[in-house]
Write a protein that binds this ligand. Sequence first.
Ligand SMILES: NC(=O)c1ccc[n+]([C@@H]2O[C@H](COP(=O)([O-])OP(=O)(O)OC[C@H]3O[C@@H](n4cnc5c(N)ncnc54)[C@H](O)[C@@H]3O)[C@@H](O)[C@H]2O)c1
Ligand SMILES: [Zn+2]
Length: 546
Amino acid sequence: MRERDTVWLVGLMGAGTGAVGARLAARLGRPFVDTDAEIERRDGASIPALFASEGEAAFRRRERAATDAVAGRPAVVALGGGAIAQPGAAQRLARSGTVVWLRGRPESLLRRLGDAADRPLLAGAAPAERAARLRALLAERARHYATASVVVDTDGLDVEAVTERVIDALSEAGAGEESEAVRTVRVELGPRSYPIRLGWETLEQAGAAVAEATKARRAVVVTVPEVGRRYGARLERGLRGAGLRVRRLLVPDGERSKSLRQAQRLYDGLLDFDADRGTVVVALGGGVVGDLAGFVAATWMRGVPFVQVPTTLLAMADASVGGKVAIDLPRGKNLVGAFHQPRLVWIDLATLRTLPRRQLAAGLAEVIKHGAIRDAALFERLEADVERVLALAPGPALDVLERSCRIKADVVSQDEREGGLRMLLNFGHTLGHAIETLLGYRRLLHGEAVAIGMVFAARRSEALGFAPAGTADRLATLLRRAGLPTELPDFPRRAYLSALRVDKKRQEAHIRFVVLRGIGQAETVPLAPAEILPGLLRRARSRVDR
Ligand SMILES: NC(=O)c1ccc[n+]([C@@H]2O[C@H](COP(=O)([O-])OP(=O)(O)OC[C@H]3O[C@@H](n4cnc5c(N)ncnc54)[C@H](O)[C@@H]3O)[C@@H](O)[C@H]2O)c1
Ligand SMILES: [Zn+2]
């Protein structure tokens, strides 16, 4: 918690935002504001009366005004239960302070509410009905509350004890923030080493870091129209501020842009810009832009400096780190490429706020993979917090992505060219690729196919005696909570077998299949396709559950 920050307390009715807020304000020596009370005072009418006379929309406008009036002031503010669920509210609150969710199970909230005579939503209802209404309300709002950067469980605690916990949690959150506004993970590759820098709302700062890392005088920003429209200007302002001449080159959105044709267009753009070896190519976008721009950077004048500014979770967690760059040919993906390490990977997590939720979940599959193969603590953190990570709660999302990047960085540092260790990153991908092939790269996103492939590989790991029973279930449970599919699409076994045989990662007749030893540990074993897919699969009725 920074000194100037507002502390926003949110939670369902009965969570105690009012009582805890007043106590907390006294302890911190700050003013206390209860927005509901503030509205009632200003308008001289009770909230239920305002709701009845003016309707909800008018009430929300008053609530917004009361909130804006204190935003950024060093106060403790108790918000009405629905305030954070309004469009854009969660982001506004996070920008001006620290959001604290006082979480409670519906039973404990009800106990605190007593007969709830003053709560229009519950008054007059029988106890069972009240519990049901509270549960429904929680289901509806949990994803908004989950954006809070601090969560305090209140079950069984009184006001004093909850206040104590909030104070502890705030000082922990604050300690993290001050020293680590931008966090760094290093990829150690001797002279080709580079930092991955992670933070929130940092796009404009990238320019100075690019200038320092590359000493370039010109920058070509490669992006797709939508991403360029949203984020191009901020990135380019920073680049210009650092003294670089900048040109933006657009490619159409989608995998089809990873083509020789688009590479050719970019080469032409570079020529028109008089791009020499003092020019840095900056990829702003998802894995498609990163792979294509990186390929062009690797080949333009036998290689110019390259910087990744990934804007999808898949690109942040996976594609932007490690230096694999490539384009596709009509007959296959990633067939023409190079290893060309970036000089810098600049990750602004705030760009994820506009990424469609399905894309976010698909990217998270690779993060979960990193936990599953190498970091049980990351996996456990995800088990504790996956909803908040997907809601992009600043602390949890940053922690998890940082850890995930550490794993990828560590693996790449030890095995840049995929001689051994790096193969572990293929966990879930053998079958995942087969599924993508069978579906003609439609219907499922890459991360979704990998989710299915990981559960399959974990089940095989158990059946082959590598992993303890329950490993696959744990993985499947986490993936499902992230909204990812886990069941094999229903194709005949022979179709899967032939799809496995075209996987370019096979060695002779055997495939180096990645198995788990347990959560957090993996290894490769050579298996023939028929061993990967035992006969009983033929009869397993399954479907893609999406
Ligand atoms: N080089 C590697 O090591 C590596 C690793 C994994 C994947 N890849 C490659 O990555 C590609 C897939 O990457 P991807 O999943 O990022 O796909 P993508 O680049 O196509 O991005 C997905 C979609 O999200 C949009 N988008 C990007 N950022 C956004 C934002 N912040 N807000 C809103 N929309 C946004 C994109 O325009 C696109 O429509 C594949 O070509 C794959 O081969 C490479
Ligand atoms: Zn992948």
